[in-house]
Structures are given as C-alpha cells and as structure tokens.
Design a protein around this ligand. Structure first.
Ligand code: PNS
Length: 163
C-alpha cells in the first residue's frame, strides 16, 4: 500500500522551516503532495503561481514530492485525491491552539487525520510572515529561505513607500 501525506500551507514565501518539514515527511511517506492555498490572506506578497513555481524549484531534488495549488477547503482537496493524512509542522505552543482546532475541524468535515511534526529547533522562530517583514524593510533573508526565493524577492520592487 502506498501512503501519501499532504503538507498544506500558504508558502508566502516558502522558508527553510517548511522545507525541513517537507523533507522529513518525504523520508517517511511514499508520496507527499504540497498543497499551496491560492487565496492566501488578503494581500499575499507573492501570487499563487509564483509561490507554486518557487515550491517546485526547491523540492525538485525530492522525487516523491509534488506541488499543487488549491482553493476552498483542504478536506475537499484531500478527498478529490483520495488522501486521508495531513502533516503540519508545529513551531511552538502558540501554534497549537489554532492547529488543533483546524485538525479537529478537518476530521469532522472529511475524516482526514492530521499528524503534527515538531519543527526542528533551529527553525522554530521562523515564519513566512517574519520573512516578509524583514524583506519588506530590506533586511537580509538569505539565512531563512533558499537562494532562489531570496533572489526572487530581491527582484521585486520595494513595497515600503519612500518617506
Ligand atoms: O501556511 P498557513 O497559512 O499556516 O496554512 C494554513 C492552511 C492553508 C493550511 C489553512 O488555512 C487551510 O487549510 N485553508 C483552507 C481552508 C480550510 O480548509 N480551512 C480549515 C478548515 S476550517
């Protein structure tokens, strides 16, 4: 039997923290589908096509990992593909309340189980929103995201208006 896991997220942008989780999941499941939420927040930094393209680039060396964009409910995405396992990284206790609620809602909606994987300690402070913030003010993000992501963000016009 082949077992597939879904790793969902907004990936705006993908960070080394996401990649660490995906690699560890890919080492333990036959197949991993990264599900990238199209409509990520009110004003995503990157549009869905950019986020998916960057994800595809950074997991290109993992033969059992694929990337798909989705709209709507994650359980529908899982149901359409016959997948019943979601894996999410947990960085801190502060993540837990909301993640637990979502996991329980997803089980109630679609009989999909969520497994939580603790973030590696070196990445436990890392989030896409902090990377966006640092990038927005011209800070160095090269420690936090793969080079292709840092280069992509550097090519974008600055979003902080001049004083
Ligand atoms: O990277 P994020 O923002 O933590 O990812 C959150 C995500 C995409 C996993 C979550 O918001 C999601 O699954 N959204 C789709 C709508 C849905 O199914 N919500 C959960 C049930 S209410």
């Amino acid at each position: 039997m082949s077992v597939t896991a879904v790793c969902p997220g907004s990936f705006d942008p993908v960070t080394y923290g996401h990649l660490d989780v995906v690699r560890r999941v890919a080492a333990r499941f036959d197949r991993v589908v990264i599900a990238c939420l199209r409509n990520a927040g009110k004003q995503p930094l990157l549009d869905a096509d950019e986020r998916v393209a960057l994800l595809e680039t950074v997991v290109a060396d993992l033969p059992n990992v694929e990337v798909a964009a989705f709209d709507g409910l994650l359980v529908d995405f899982c149901r359409e593909r016959g997948i019943d396992t979601i894996v999410k990284g947990l960085r801190a206790v502060s993540d837990f309340d909301y993640e637990l609620q979502m996991a329980q809602m997803n089980t109630a909606l679609g009989s999909v189980e969520t497994l939580f994987l603790p973030a590696s300690p070196i990445y436990s402070f890392l989030s896409s929103s902090l990377v966006r913030e640092v990038a927005r003010f011209g800070g160095d993000i090269t420690e936090f995201v793969p080079p292709v992501v840092a280069e992509h963000l550097a090519r974008r016009p600055p979003t902080v208006p001049p004083p």
